[in-house]
Ligand binder design. Structure first.
Ligand code: KG4
Ligand code: ZN
Length: 414
């Protein structure tokens, strides 16, 4: 029986405390595979991005994502094995993200992982996408171990969790409406920026004045929860001119000095150090490219520079994130008998320049230790899945062939 053999193998690997894991990630718009040793060492890390396929629609189209995953997944797995200098025979276990995410997209990774695990007679390790994002930190920081407090900020999630032990979390706060990445993406659309909006807004914001617009700092009943919809609406109304024009810096300094001569900032995509596969040709230009699903720039309120708007919005989001994370870390310290725990950052929005800088500044001011993944491990990848899966298997958590995609899989709370 497959499951008996796989349980026996997983038990043997637990005893050794070692495993080479082939991990697969396909929860959204990146098809990824990686080979990870002992949860900490990246032997290969391959990401095939679908961004060019979705860009013309201004967001991820689930059917297109599923089909692109099907087309890419086998090649991505092959390249990951090749990059690690391995064959299937060298792999101890197969890991896969089975939720949360787009059901059709998840299914591609889950089916592939099940087929591989069954054919190779190896343990199958189900992995939670957010657990994986948090575990990206283990790959970059050998000394990091639970307990620590982590802010997870991605396109679909904004959580502050206390990592009690590997893969077991206590929820301290979460967004009540939009996720931070979602808020960035929506604000970027209003500014007419291309998908994915978060990195584009981040880049534009580098040239702007963060004090130009007065935007609200969201308040919530639980001090560690978030709410970005009010801020987003205020921003959209302001930009469309349906709110009274705010006092801006421009009122005081009519000709702001532009810092536009600086070279364009590097993006997370430039920094992926491992093999990056990209879907070859960009999609053919169509009429749709000229009329993207965004509010046209000319609809923006006159007199507000887009870079100032971007910088002001980014500042409001990042200040809120950092403020709540630092408060949560204080709370955990107090409930820990005064013992400080480190802070970590995870998820796609963790690539945001201002968020990283602000957190570094505030943490050093508070004497707190912080860990952030390198930019290449912030957005979706399979290396993080291999890291989370290692600790999951060490806890004896493996799946059988009934494993399914779980689009709304809740975070493992302990
Ligand atoms: O973790 P991720 O790759 O996918 C999800 O699990 O959702 O996160 C993607 C999100 C998108 O909303 C994207 O716009 C945002 O992360 N993002 C950024 C930056 N890089 C990616 N947001 C702000 N600044 C960035 N530099
Ligand atoms: Zn993600």
């Amino acid at each position: 029986m497959y499951i008996d053999a796989s349980r026996a193998q997983a038990a043997a690997l637990r005893k050794l405390g070692r495993a080479v894991i082939l991990a697969i990630e396909s929860s959204c718009d990146e098809t990824a595979a990686a080979v990870i040793r002992d949860g900490r060492e990246i032997l290969s890390n391959v990401v095939s991005t679908q961004i060019p396929l979705h860009a013309r629609y201004g967001g991820v189209v689930p059917e297109i994502a599923s089909r692109a995953h099907v087309e890419a997944v086998n090649a991505v797995v092959d390249v990951a094995l090749e990059g690690a200098g391995m064959t299937f025979g060298d792999i101890d276990a197969i890991a896969v993200t089975h939720g949360p995410g787009l059901v059709g997209a998840l299914l591609v990774g889950v089916s592939t992982a099940k087929a591989l695990a069954f054919a190779l007679d190896k343990p199958l390790i189900p992995t939670h996408h957010i657990d994986a994002h948090i575990s990206a930190n283990y790959l970059a920081h050998a000394q990091l171990e639970p307990p620590f407090v982590c802010l997870v900020v991605s396109g679909g999630h904004t959580h502050i969790v206390q990592t009690a032990e590997y893969g077991v979390y206590r929820l301290l706060g979460q967004t009540l409406d939009d996720a931070a990445g979602e808020a960035f993406d929506k604000a970027a659309r209003v500014l007419g920026l291309p998908y994915p909006g978060g990195p584009a807004l981040d880049e534009l914001a580098e040239l702007g004045d963060p004090t130009a617009l007065r935007l609200p700092r969201p308040k919530t009943e639980n001090p560690y929860d978030f709410s970005f919809s009010g801020l987003k609406t205020a921003f959209i109304q302001l930009m469309r001119g349906s709110a009274p024009p705010p006092r801006t810096k421009r009122d005081e300094v009519p000709h702001p000095v532009m810092r536009g001569s600086a070279p364009p900032p590097r993006t997370k995509r430039d920094e992926v150090p491992h093999t990056v596969m990209r879907d070859s040709a960009p999609p053919p230009r169509t009429k749709r490219d000229e009329v993207p699903h965004t509010v046209k720039r000319k609809g923006l309120l006159d007199g507000i520079r887009p870079e100032d708007a971007a910088a002001s919005f980014r500042e409001a989001v990042c200040e809120t994130l950092v403020d709540k994370l630092i408060r949560a870390a204080h709370f955990v310290r107090a409930s820990n008998g005064g013992m400080a725990v480190p802070i970590a950052l995870a998820g796609g929005v963790a690539a945001n320049r201002r968020l990283r800088a602000l957190l570094a500044r505030e943490a050093s001011r508070e004497g707190m230790t912080i860990y952030m993944p390198p930019l290449s491990l912030c957005t979706d990848n399979a290396a993080m899945v291999g890291a989370a899966a290692f600790y999951r298997m060490m806890r004896g958590d493996i799946a059988d062939m009934s494993l399914n995609a779980e689009p709304t899989l809740p975070l493992p709370i302990g």
